[in-house]
Design a protein around this ligand. Structure first.
Ligand code: KG4
Ligand code: ZN
Length: 473
């Protein structure tokens, strides 16, 4: 779960004509000979592909009728596979959770997770196909897999399997960005269409960011965590309270918080004086630890104490999100001037979006915030619309991978399976600093910068900021 340290590695930034391109400090694309490094012993991933004489393992499914995609997810600790039809019908899905395993080890051990994926993947794939009423991969129209970001050795289990299936059955192949799959999930799950552009709050175990999502493959990072991700903070506080953390500490902490009293333990709202869209959770976690340490044994022994800590932590963490969202709403208000339409939909996705209290509070925030758009694209001066996938689709799953691939294939985008490697580090889009050339902005400069940011985004030509597996890292 606590992937931030692994995933948010130092990035070297280089400027180029207004738009800065991001380079990872170390490329996650290894040479071909590394393709099988890190795979479990005894598992033959270099399978012989029985490639048919005709039919390429790339290209697109038929576009004149609904098509089906098999999606595979192994980026962290859940092995998820699903078959989704291009009209949004989830035909079959299966998930193998590693919660019990990681509970035993006190967290996600990459090698243990990789072996568990390797052990489960064929079984989970067969189960998803069976639930979809399909006999084999030959019956789907395309194969998709998460290739990053995530734990490299775990990603590779899914990637090698998906490549083998695509090549063996001569199916189009799509390399999916895990975070984009979380974002796009909202477009599958919503009752009403979720049109671009929209604002996205992505809250998972490894990431916490605010995005302006302008198109499939085009997301701008308008804020991100300076240290821990929100899910990671939940996991760490859950550990401080001796809660089960195997499948992530979030659900257990949320349940405990229901019995507690928010505000019973005084905790500071992070970065409350910083007027920007960034997040920070490390200080809050430390404040929780200190609050526990300085409490006397008698109070700590009371059953209500841990519940009060959980409720107070959750309350402050959500207050922090609310404050950042208010700034982001302001930013979107200004977007109208540059874009000719104002985003008025907030998508919340990622594992922590399964949290009922977070959903309730953000719904109240959206209801109370007017979203203007007299100039088209908005909701005629109504309030912000909140879209959150159902809880089971917020956490990692195969459906989101298959659906992200549907979105790509509809736009005519697929990838070559042959030679494809994983991208353990893979930014979802350019950051504000990259777009504007500014790294640190004083609070007073916020409004001036807002206009500048929107102009920079508006001037970024589609494609420049595209998330595509074929672009260099
Ligand atoms: O998106 P996800 O399944 O995996 C990543 O991509 O990281 O998110 C997992 C994170 C974990 O940190 C887990 O504790 C958290 O989501 N989480 C929750 C809840 N359900 C999962 N956090 C708070 N409340 C929940 N109900
Ligand atoms: Zn995830």
């Amino acid at each position: 779960m606590a992937l931030a340290a692994l995933l948010l590695l130092p990035l070297a930034v280089s400027m180029r004509a207004g738009v800065r391109l991001l380079r990872c400090s170390a490329s996650s694309r290894g040479p071909a000979s590394r393709a099988h490094v890190g795979l479990p012993k005894g598992v033959e991933w270099g399978r012989q592909y029985h490639r048919p004489a005709s039919g390429a393992a790339s290209g697109l499914p038929p576009q004149d009728k609904p098509f089906t995609v098999l999606g595979i997810e192994t980026s962290c600790d859940d092995t998820g596979v699903a078959v989704v039809r291009s009209d949004g019908t989830i035909l079959g899905e299966a998930l193998a959770s590693q919660a019990a395993l990681h509970e035993e080890f006190g967290g996600v051990m990459p090698g243990v997770a990789r072996d568990a994926h390797a052990e489960a993947l064929d079984r989970v794939t067969a189960e998803a196909l069976k639930r979809a009423g399909l006999a084999s991969v030959a019956d789907v129209d395309a194969v998709a897999v998460t290739v990053g970001p995530g734990l490299e050795i775990c990603l590779r289990v899914g990637c090698e399997s998906a490549k083998a299936l695509a090549l063996e059955h001569a199916k189009p192949f799509v390399a999916v960005h895990h975070l984009e799959a979380h974002v796009l999930m909202a477009r599958l799950a919503a009752a009403e269409p979720v049109d671009f552009p929209f604002l996205t709050l992505l809250v998972s175990g490894g990431h916490c960011m605010l995005l302006l999502s302008r198109a499939v493959g085009e997301h701008y990072v308008i804020g991100s965590t300076l240290d821990d991700a929100l899910g990671e903070a939940y996991d760490k506080v859950a550990r401080l309270l001796d809660l089960p953390v195997g499948g992530g500490g979030g659900p257990a902490l949320e349940a405990l918080a229901r019995d507690g009293s928010a505000g019973a333990v005084a905790l500071p709202v992070p970065m409350s004086r910083k007027k920007n869209c960034d997040f920070s959770f490390a200080g809050l976690k430390t404040a929780v630890r200190r609050a526990i340490e300085k409490t006397d044994d008698a109070r700590r022994a009371e059953p209500s104490f841990n519940a009060d800590v959980a409720a107070s932590f959750q309350d402050v963490a959500i207050s922090h999100l609310e404050q950042r969202l208010r700034y982001a709403f302001e930013l979107c208000e200004k977007a109208g001037d540059e874009w000719g339409c104002r985003p008025s939909t907030l998508v919340v996705s990622g594992g922590v979006a399964a949290n009922a209290e977070l959903r309730r509070r953000l719904q109240a925030l959206c209801d109370a915030t007017p979203a203007g758009a007299a100039d088209g694209g908005g909701d005629d001066g109504g309030s912000w619309r909140l879209v959150v996938p159902p809880p089971r689709l917020c956490t990692d799953n195969g459906v989101m991978v298959a659906w992200a691939a549907v979105e790509s294939l509809r736009l005519g985008r697929s990838h070559a399976a042959e030679g494809r490697d994983v991208r353990a580090r893979w930014p979802l889009g350019p950051s504000i600093a990259q777009l504007t050339g500014e790294v640190e902005v004083p609070p007073k400069g916020y409004h001036a910068r807002t206009a500048k940011v929107m102009r920079a985004i508006a001037n970024t030509k589609p494609g420049k900021a595209e998330v595509d597996a074929d672009q260099p890292a």
